[in-house]
Design a protein around this ligand. Sequence first.
Ligand SMILES: O=C(O)CCC(=O)c1ccccc1C(=O)O
Ligand SMILES: [Mg+2]
Length: 333
Amino acid sequence: MRRATVYRYSLPMEAGVVLRNQRLKTRDGLLVSLWQDDKTGWGEIAPLPGFSQEGLPQAQDAVQHGLSQWVQGASLTAVASAFSSLPSVAFGLSCADAELRGELPEVMSLRCAPLCHGDPNELYARLGELPGDLFGKKVAKVKVGLYESVGDGLNVSMLLEALPELRLRLDANRSWTPVKAEGFARHVAPELRSRIAFIEEPCLTREQSRDFARTTGIKIAWDESVREPGFTVQAEPGLAAIIIKPTLTGSLLRCRQLIAQAHAGGLEAVISSSIESSLGLTQLARIAQWLTPDAVPGLDTLDLMQAQLVRQWPGSALPLTDVSQLEKVWQSK
Ligand SMILES: O=C(O)CCC(=O)c1ccccc1C(=O)O
Ligand SMILES: [Mg+2]
């Protein structure tokens, strides 16, 4: 006997969370809970506005359709894989399936690269509390490209000089022209550059980003590129990592393929948040521990929200929204 329930959630965000020029006031998504033979599995389906191609109504239709098939005996692994054009659906259903089958280990990665939103004092304070990673180094992520690239360069240099064990991941989200990228690099001394683990997508095109890596010696990582049609994982000079945001990428199977291809090419694969609730984030932390144990995941987005959902993120003081407070939108017969 199989049963499935779909819940809808809407969590208030902290004021001022802006994504690709739009303000995100609430984070909206679906939770699914599966039940079979006294076992349960949960998954989160949360298309991210401005990033996901699919919207929530379309995702909900697909989820209900997929779960109806599962209840009637179809394999959810196969159902999830069939939704490759709706990555959030493929990912959420495959997580619920993996939990139900006991495939997703419980143990979470407790390391997480803190996201710095520009205030260096805040980052100093947070880094002080951070445990060093496997190699005794601390890693944090700083968004760049929002203001003047020269200012970004100065800020990054100041952080690296002030904190000698710090390594930085930077993320420019394709915002720099080659001239701006050069303006950034000019203000980061060559001896500091090796402590930039990578910068995600510095320029508008991959070719420009490759040129940037070549001329500056600063390593790059693909993020947006990983989700573009025709992308294949390929090791190349200057490339350090690929970023995998499963909600934007697809099923666990698809994520595992990307991770395996990255590792085979000597690249780091970094599991990262698409601003999921605490339920989705704790699953991502488990996936990271399971599949990329040597890479610190990029999951520091819980505090953008005003509440946690169903499952608690270790150490978070945010209030917890319980299942009983959620709107049930569908249930199998
Ligand atoms: O990667 C991280 O550390 C946090 C997640 C993050 O930065 C992000 C979250 C949602 C959408 C886009 C991005 C991004 O990488 O730009
Ligand atoms: Mg990015």
